[in-house]
Design a protein around this ligand. Structure first.
Ligand code: C5P
Ligand code: MG
Length: 289
């Protein structure tokens, strides 16, 4: 079967156990595409990490770089990014050690954003003017899943309002797409006053939390999961899927490749090393449908 998907021989592909990947794919094909759901992280998974040698922005960075915030604020957010991003990708620190620091990062950044009273009606322009880019092949991924009525759950520690705008502007915010993320709360004049609900950061992504809300009933009946992520925190995104039959985990390893490769190989079934495309996930989805 692995041999039936030539893209799995791409130079960016690394697998700890190709035989296991083959077995999972076989069971998923047998179960049928109406039992499959895709759970994907957003920033640096569905979006590009870099384009022409330049880093692409996360949802947060789209605001950091926009003129919706003051220069002073931009400086503060940059200091936070330069302080906490190296911690996020530091393979020498445990998740337990990183977790409180990540909560600190998100909390501080959101506080600064709220102080700026960001205008809701300007978000679309900020996204349009940004360098955010979905990975090459995104159209096929979104359109094909929609055509085959396969749910796509985007589970993001980014900002829901921004993320939705990115996929809306790309013309792929189809009805099968559900988003679970941090959403902005605006006052009656359309100014940011807070973030809604419980904070989602990279280490508390658990689908269970959202299934409890009773919103995503359909996802319960789809026990075969294709998971796409770029952080080790993304591995728990499918934890709430009940009676899971099979899960195939695909991880994008974008940064600090040498230091992190082994841990990615240990946790993801397929690791895509500095691969800016969705070629491999697309080939797998086409194979399953
Ligand atoms: O969509 P995803 O869950 O990947 O979004 C989380 C990403 O947002 C993190 O990987 C982190 O690097 C980034 N982030 C950021 N600025 C913040 C907080 C998080 O760029 N203030
Ligand atoms: Mg990510």
């Amino acid at each position: 079967m692995v041999s039936e998907i030539p893209e799995l021989s791409n130079p960016s592909v690394c697998m700890r156990d190709p035989q296991r990947v083959e077995e999972i794919l076989q069971s998923m094909v047998k179960a049928g595409s109406n039992t499959v759901q895709v759970i994907a992280d957003f920033d640096m998974t569905l979006t590009r990490f870099a384009y022409k040698g330049k880093r692409c922005p996360t949802c947060h960075n789209i605001l950091d770089n926009s003129n919706l915030i003051s220069n002073e604020c931009r400086e503060e957010l940059k200091v936070l990014l330069d302080t906490y991003y190296p911690i996020e990708i530091d393979s020498a620190r445990s998740i337990a050690e990183k977790l409180p620091l990540m909560v600190e990062w998100w909390t501080k950044a959101h506080k600064i954003m709220v102080q700026q009273k960001i205008r809701k009606d300007l978000l679309a322009t900020a996204v349009r003017d940004s360098d955010a880019m979905l990975r090459e092949g995104y159209q096929l991924l979104f359109d094909h899943l929609h055509e085959h009525s396969i749910p796509l759950l985007i589970f993001s520690a980014g900002i829901g309002d921004i993320l939705e705008e990115v996929i809306r502007q790309a013309g792929v915010f189809h009805s099968n797409v559900k988003v679970f993320s941090n959403y902005m709360d605006f006052d009656e004049s359309g100014l940011l006053k807070a973030f809604k609900g419980e904070l989602i950061h990279i280490y508390n992504k658990r689908e269970g939390a959202l299934l409890n809300t009773g919103h995503f009933q359909e996802l319960r009946t789809r026990p075969n999961v294709l998971l796409l992520g770029d952080s080790l925190g993304d591995l728990t995104m499918a934890d709430g899927v009940q009676d899971m039959e099979n899960i195939l985990k695909i991880g994008f390893l974008n940064d600090k490749v040498e230091e992190r490769k082994q841990s990615y190989l240990d946790s993801y079934d397929i690791v895509l090393v500095q691969d800016e495309t969705l070629e491999v996930p697309n080939a797998i989805i086409l194979h399953l449908t």
